[in-house]
Design a protein around this ligand. Structure first.
Ligand code: FES
Length: 177
């Protein structure tokens, strides 16, 4: 390990949480997004255009995608999933750059084997293409330190989940009777 390599402070080590720690040499923080885990908190560091060092929680408040996997655009960070953009204080300054859209199929003949195969392949291909992002989001949502937020774009999937849960519940109750 190089003398200047960024260090990770592990949560199992004994440290005061409410204290200041040196995590890097000044020269190690650049215009790149650099993830660091300190006492179990995932943080992302970068240097802004005024040479000031910025540290943010490395988790988008929407679906906990690590911001370090996003893009540094000038002095702000754009989440790599739906594109929410955060300033150096962590304030969301753009919530209208959504890059992902869900779609639903209507009037699809699911009894047609060829159609089913095509739908399946299409969905699988879409998920495979985004595997790295989806796995990062899954890990973030399963290990979140703070509650996540929903956006307007989540209304459809939340309604769908609500209906699906009701159907599952009804099916289970029917099985018991
Ligand atoms: S997870 Fe960041 S915008 Fe959705």
């Amino acid at each position: 390990m190089s003398r200047y390599e960024l260090q990770t402070i592990h949560p199992e080590s004994e440290f005061l949480e409410n204290a200041w720690y040196m995590v890097a040499q000044s020269a190690q923080i650049s215009r790149e997004l650099q993830p660091l885990t300190i006492l179990g908190d995932n943080l992302v560091f970068y240097r802004d255009s005024n040479d000031k060092i910025v540290a943010l929680e490395d988790a988008c408040p929407h679906r906990k995608m690590p911001l370090s996997m996003g893009k540094l655009m000038g002095d702000v960070v754009q989440c790599g999933f739906h594109g929410l953009t955060f300033d150096a204080c962590g304030k969301c300054i753009n919530a209208h750059s959504t890059r992902y859209h869900w779609f639903q199929h209507y009037n699809t003949n699911t009894s047609d084997e060829a159609v089913r195969h095509k739908l399946n392949e299409g969905a699988r291909g879409a998920f495979e293409e985004d595997r790295i992002i989806l796995e990062a989001v899954d890990a973030g949502m399963n290990d979140k330190k703070r509650a996540n937020l929903d956006l307007r774009l989540d209304i459809g999937s939340r309604k769908f989940r609500k209906k699906l849960n009701a159907l599952i519940k009804a099916e289970k109750e029917e099985a018991i009777c």
